[in-house]
Every structure is written in C-alpha cells, then in structure tokens.
Design a protein around this ligand. Structure first.
Ligand SMILES: O=C(CO)COP(=O)(O)O
Length: 254
C-alpha cells in the first residue's frame, strides 16, 4: 500500500481574475500522470476559490490557505471551516510558516485549527518547518517534532492529514533543501510518527516537501524514499508546475 504522490500549489496572496484564469488554463492543458499516480491540489486566495473550482479540470482539487480555529461567528475577516464545507472546498492548508511567523500562530493554535477543520470533514495540509536560526542551532528535529506533537495531541485520525515539511529558510529564497536534507527531516518525522502515534500512521501519512521547489529540482527530491510530494509556492503560478507534477513518475518507476 503505497503513499500516493501529492503535489500542492500554494498561490499565496497572488493573482488577479485574469491571471487566475490563465494559470487554470495552463493546468487544464497540462499532460500529467493519472489520478492513480498523483493527487494535485491548488490553493488560490479565498476569493478566487469558487472561480477556480468551477473552471479547474475535475482531476485536480482546490484548497483554502487557512481557516478559522473554531465555529464561525463574530470573527471579522475570518473564514470558517463550515464556510469551506458549504462551498465544497475539500482541502485546507493550516500552519503555514508565513502565518506562524508573521501572524503569530502558535503550535497550539495550529493544532486546534487542524483538529477543528478535520472534525468538519476537511482534509488538511499541515505545515511544519524550522527557521534558519533554529537549523543553525541544531534544533531542526526538535522544532518540527514539537510542531507535529501539538497536532498529534489534538488529532486521533490522521487519514485526512498531509504533513508538509517546509524549512523557512528555503521558502521563496531559491535556496532549496538538498535531497539529503529533505530526506533526513522527512525520515525523522516518520520516525516520530512511528514512535509517538503508530507504525500504521507512520507508514501511511504523506510527508511532502516545500521550499523553492521548481521544475528543475523536483525529480531528484521526489526520488528520496520519504518525500511523498511537494507544496509549491512561486513555481505553482508558472507552467513549470506541470513538470513538478510529472515528477510523480519517479515514484512509479521506483
Ligand atoms: O511556502 C511555500 C509553499 O507553501 C513554498 O514557497 P516557494 O516554493 O515559493 O519557496
């Protein structure tokens, strides 16, 4: 029972209606491996979700980039899990480092969000990752384990969770983790899941890598045994996203 390769495109706070339509056209025209081989999810800003969902090819799915930590109500500016469910949005990204670091989302707050979103039936891409300072201090594994633990403390069923390892120093910097660096942290995360949750969860949860992934480096990264896919930022707005999706073929022939 293999882990299906997963490629997410995080469009972040980018796009106009025209640009969004153009990106979707490129995706719709792209020749990619079948859904049995790769699961593709794109995440436009909230306001474009209905548009993207309505024009996107049916074998690709959409994700929100965030959602509120509990039931909706008097929380100005927030979007609840219930609203996403109402719009038939199947996925949500939670705990992206830009939200952790710029908006001050703590491990516990992220864990609460993951648990609430799952309880409403959403599938979650949960992000973890260390800063450069933390890596240089030798605390990478400790940091990602603590971020994962805050989720594990609140979640019992991991079926609908994809774990995204996104080292902060690699995001938007062009400084991609080497395949060995990515593999090392992914295997440590899997070991953590094995020891602290269950061998079954460790064997089945997909751990994807994010941070300066592009069409030129995705194949080699995909060749690592514990790299089950990618969460792509900048390159997900470009035609090379198709090449990144195609790197799933590496696993098929492995
Ligand atoms: O943050 C990311 C995806 O969530 C990665 O961004 P970049 O691919 O632009 O480095």
């Amino acid at each position: 029972m293999g882990r299906k390769f997963f490629v997410g495109g995080n469009w972040k706070c980018n796009g106009t209606t025209e640009e969004v339509k153009k990106i979707v056209k490129t995706l719709n025209d792209g020749q990619v491996p079948s859904q049995d081989v790769v699961e593709v999810v794109v995440s436009p800003p909230y306001v474009y979700l209905p548009l993207v969902k309505s024009i996107l090819r049916p074998d690709f799915h959409v994700a929100a980039q965030n959602c509120w930590v509990k039931k909706g109500g008097a929380y100005t500016g927030e979007v609840s899990a219930e609203i996403l469910v109402d719009l038939d949005i199947p996925w949500v990204i939670i705990g992206h480092s830009e939200r952790r670091l710029i908006l001050g989302e703590s491990n516990e707050f992220v864990g609460d969000k993951v648990a609430y979103a799952l309880s409403k039936g959403l599938k979650v891409i949960a992000c973890v990752g260390e800063t450069l300072q933390q890596r240089e201090a030798g605390t990478t594994v400790e940091v990602v384990a603590a971020q994962t633990k805050a989720i594990a403390d609140r979640v019992s069923d991991w079926t609908n969770v994809v774990l995204a390892y996104e080292p902060v120093w690699a995001i938007g910097t062009g400084k991609v983790a080497t395949p060995a660096q990515a593999q090392e942290v992914h295997s440590e995360l899997r070991k953590w899941l094995h020891e602290n949750i269950s061998p079954e969860v460790a064997a089945t949860v997909r751990i994807i890598y994010g941070g300066s992934v592009n069409g030129a480096n995705s194949k080699e990264l995909a060749g690592q045994p514990d790299v089950d896919g990618f969460l792509v930022g900048g390159a997900s707005l470009k035609p090379e996203f198709i090449d990144i999706i195609k790197s799933a073929e590496v696993k098929k022939s492995a």
